[in-house]
Design a protein around this ligand. Sequence first.
Ligand code: ADP
Ligand code: ADP
Length: 229
Amino acid sequence: MDIIKLSDVSFSYDGKHNALNHLDLTVGQGERVAVLGPNGAGKSTLFQLFNGLLLPQGGRVVVDSLPVVRENFIELRRRVGMVFQDSDDQLFNATVYREVAYGLVNMKIAGEELDNTVRWALNIVGMESYIHRNPFNLSGGEKKRIALASVIAMKPKVLVLDEPFNALDPRSASHLVHMLNDINKTLGITLIFTLHDMDIVPLLADKVYLMDKGEVVLGGNLSEFFNQK
Ligand code: ADP
Ligand code: ADP
């Protein structure tokens, strides 16, 4: 089953040049998908269509059977979790506990359920012992894990990660690869991510899409992709 389907999708910021140009793309439920391509290819524009941060100007985007339209914003945001490139943009609470609890509190979750869910999410990223720490004082790798925990706590169906390995040292990057594979396998969460480090692609992706100038120029299963290249 496809959890994400884009059909003939176009998007332009300025009405002249297409950031996305008649794009077709599908992602299967539970797949791990790498989106590659040079700067300006349209990757982050694409990602912002998944949860309605941007709306398609032409064509159709469907996520988990919901069309990406304004009326579905709240539901889409619940189903699609986003981990941004810079964790500092995503962390704004005084303790790790409050950081991970933030989205849940907004969903009116409280008491024991809140506590248990926060601990559950922190446990997945191996950060339970950091629960009372201030997220601003953590290392880059640790911040990334807290940002990931706050998204996982919302139990999304799709996890979107923009350059999650940027600025991580090799040891943190390798931890993150293991964590993401675990999250995919045990929770069944679909993963969609961009990255530059080609060595990581075979460790984390089932499927690869290569974008350029707002179009998918190459795509397929991992083995097909590396044979085409
Ligand atoms: P990528 O994530 O692959 O680097 P983007 O989706 O950011 O690509 O950009 C696709 C195209 O849209 C580029 O030509 C870029 O300059 C343009 N673009 C991206 N964001 C904006 C914006 N906020 N305003 C105007 N143009 C933008
Ligand atoms: P870890 O200890 O999890 O392996 P590192 O301390 O090696 O992570 O940091 C990974 C990256 O994050 C480095 O590029 C580093 O410059 C950056 N970084 C580390 N600590 C901070 C911080 N407090 N604020 C912003 N960036 C940081």
